[in-house]
Design a protein around this ligand. Structure first.
Ligand code: PEP
Ligand code: MG
Length: 584
């Protein structure tokens, strides 16, 4: 074992690959407040201590500054900092912040929240004096944030490794621009949106590293091993050399996979399968098509709605959807209607805090309650359909009634466009996500109404096993190959094939992009798999090493395992066979 001061920490390897770079500890991401406004796991006592320490340090700095300026004869400037120091003693400011911290909100988030309210008041007054006071508030906030552990602005150097307590989906949106090399967080599970974004961008990522931020400092050299689920802080020269070689091997492997991009996905015995891609922003489409995807199986539209004050109007939405449809060059683009709620939060729809957001007002439930908003999104999608091959998909459908209601609003949206004199395609397929166990159990009812099914394994697993998809503590319960999950998938496929219309069944959850689960789903009869770009070639390579019958037999046996021990054995057998095949 290499020695030295290196620190090894375990987490969940949610996106494979290795990276070496400097840690960039994100101040914004250190916020303890979750994206939906609910307090995350904090220790109020520790938070209050951190906060008071940062305030004390800020006060000390201000007094020092004031004294220096006075000595230099700059009395007016000194007065400004005197006022700042007084502000730090104001119970009307500190009180509400402490109250928030007491309730479990992180120090940074509590500070930002209260200070933003102060700012709003000054900005409303609008006089020059109030403007000056607002500038003071900004200054003080930046100083305290700084003393809480980082700079007020997130400055990520090229090739840096983003380190954060937890990332809200909106915070992961511009990682590409910032050329981040890897992601590491203290919270988050294997199907959290941070994981999905990391996979979509081929960024090695380790999430759920307990006590991460107490061990890591901005600028530390860091190794991230997303395959193993490990990070190494301040790696020894030996470790650096080992990982340097792994990086070179990773580059070689990536070039081998590149050669598979133009090859059709087929099992060893020639059964062909459609591989599609998942996107969150339209710009990803081009890359997916280059990676060999035969279309888009899931366009998550919610990213367009996050982190903003006003809803995007029909034109803005249309421009986005159209971009993806055009970039797909006639290949199918499955656009999913808004799936906010759960771990994806947007204040813009007036969603308030819920004690159980994954079981609450989420996705289609919000859309059906806000028909004006929903029809706007549908109109934008219907218009984009004129430019290519669009399929519309409704998320979180639990009852046939919901699907019918959504479909009727789709028809209304179509009629609105026709009344406006716009041309609309006669047939646009409308399908649903199967991600609630009830939908899978009742798939035969749904099959009479829908044009396709798409299994959302991320949610289906979470709801079937009652294991939060983003909670590292229950990650071991979260099992995409659990017989209960396989049986639900099998029921969905059977219902799709039994009906008169023989509809397609896709799977677009993270498990679809992992050969070990993806091949089993194929064995159950799923005929399309939708995944991130890098997973495409890996899946093709794995698929070419198995006969369809192998996948079918393994899937059926695991799904019908008579008891838990047999299940474990069968699963291990499959994994071993898989590993053997993988190494050939
Ligand atoms: C899923 O649940 O598997 C899915 C694809 O949807 P999301 O991850 O966006 O909830
Ligand atoms: Mg889902």
């Amino acid at each position: 074992m290499p020695e030295g001061n290196e620190i090894r920490m375990k987490g969940l390897g949610v996106s494979p690959g290795v990276a070496i770079g400097c840690a960039m500890v994100s101040v914004h991401a250190q916020s303890y407040e979750k994206a939906d406004g609910t307090p995350a796991l904090t220790d109020p006592k520790r938070e209050e201590e951190r906060f008071l320490k940062a305030v004390a340090e800020s006060r000390r700095q201000l007094v020092e500054l004031r004294e220096r300026l006075k000595q230099e004869g700059k009395v007016k400037e000194a007065e400004i900092f005197e006022a700042h120091a007084l502000f730090l003693d104001d119970p009307e400011v500190l009180g509400p912040i402490k109250k928030k911290i007491d309730k479990g909100v992180g120090a940074e988030a509590a500070l930002n929240n209260v200070m933003n309210r102060c700012l709003a008041v000054f900005e409303k007054i609008g006089t020059p004096a109030a403007e000056r006071q607002a500038a003071d508030v900004r200054d003080i906030t930046a100083r305290i944030l700084n003393n809480l552990g980082g700079g007020p602005a997130e400055v990520l150097k090229k090739g840096g490794i983003l380190v954060a307590r937890e990332l809200a989906p909106s915070e992961t949106a511009d990682l590409e621009k910032r050329e981040v090399a890897a992601l590491v967080t203290e919270y988050g599970g294997s199907t959290s949106h941070t994981a999905l974004v990391a996979q979509a961008m081929d960024l090695p990522a380790v999430l759920g590293v307990a006590n991460l931020l107490t061990h890591i400092e901005d600028g530390d050299l860091l190794v991230v091993d997303g395959t193993k689920g490990e990070i190494i802080i301040n790696p020894s020269p030996e470790t650096q050399a080992i990982y340097g070689e792994m990086l070179a091997e990773q580059r070689r492997e990536r070039s081998e996979l590149k050669a598979l991009r133009g090859v059709k996905a087929k099992t060893k015995d020639g059964r062909s399968v459609t591989l599609l891609g998942n996107i969150t922003i339209p710009e990803e489409t081009k890359r997916l098509i280059e990676y060999g995807a035969e279309g888009i199986g899931l366009y998550r539209t919610e990213f367009l709605f996050m982190g903003r004050r006003e809803l995007p109007d029909e034109e803005e939405q249309y421009a986005n959807y159209a971009k993806a449809v055009v970039a797909a060059e006639g290949k199918p683009v499955t656009i999913r209607t808004l799936d906010l709620g759960g771990d994806k939060f947007a204040a813009v729809l007036g969603k308030t805090r819920e004690s159980n957001p994954f079981l609450g007002w989420r996705a289609i439930r919000i859309c059906l309650d806000r028909p004006d908003f929903f029809r706007t999104q549908l109109r934008a999608m219907i218009r984009a359909a004129n430019l290519g091959n669009v399929r519309i998909m409704f998320p979180m459908i639990a009852t046939v009634e919901e699907f019918r209601h959504a479909k009727s609003l789709f028809l209304e949206a179509k009629a609105e466009l026709t009344a406006r004199g716009e041309k609309v395609k006669e047939y646009i397929p409308c399908g649903m996500m199967v991600e609630i166990p009830a939908a899978a159990l009742m798939a035969d009812h749904f099959a009479k109404h829908v044009d396709f099914f798409s299994i959302g394994s991320n949610d289906l697993v979470q709801y079937t096993l009652a294991a939060d998809r983003g909670n590292a503590k229950v990650a071991k319960l979260y099992d995409a190959l659990h017989p209960a999950v396989l049986r639900l998938i099998s029921m969905t496929v059977e219902a799709a094939r039994r009906g008169e219309r023989k509809i397609d069944v896709c799977c677009c959850g993270a498990a679809a992009g992992k050969p070990e689960s993806g091949l089993l789903y194929l064995g159950l009869g799923v005929n399309e798999l939708s995944m991130p770009a890098e997973a495409q070639s890996i899946m093709k390579r794995a698929m070419a090493r198995f006969d369809f019958e192998d996948c079918e037999n393994a899937a059926r046996k695991i799904a019908q395992a008579p008891d838990f021990d047999t299940y474990k054995e069968l699963r291990a057998e499959w994994a071993a066979q898989f590993k053997k095949e993988r190494e050939k």
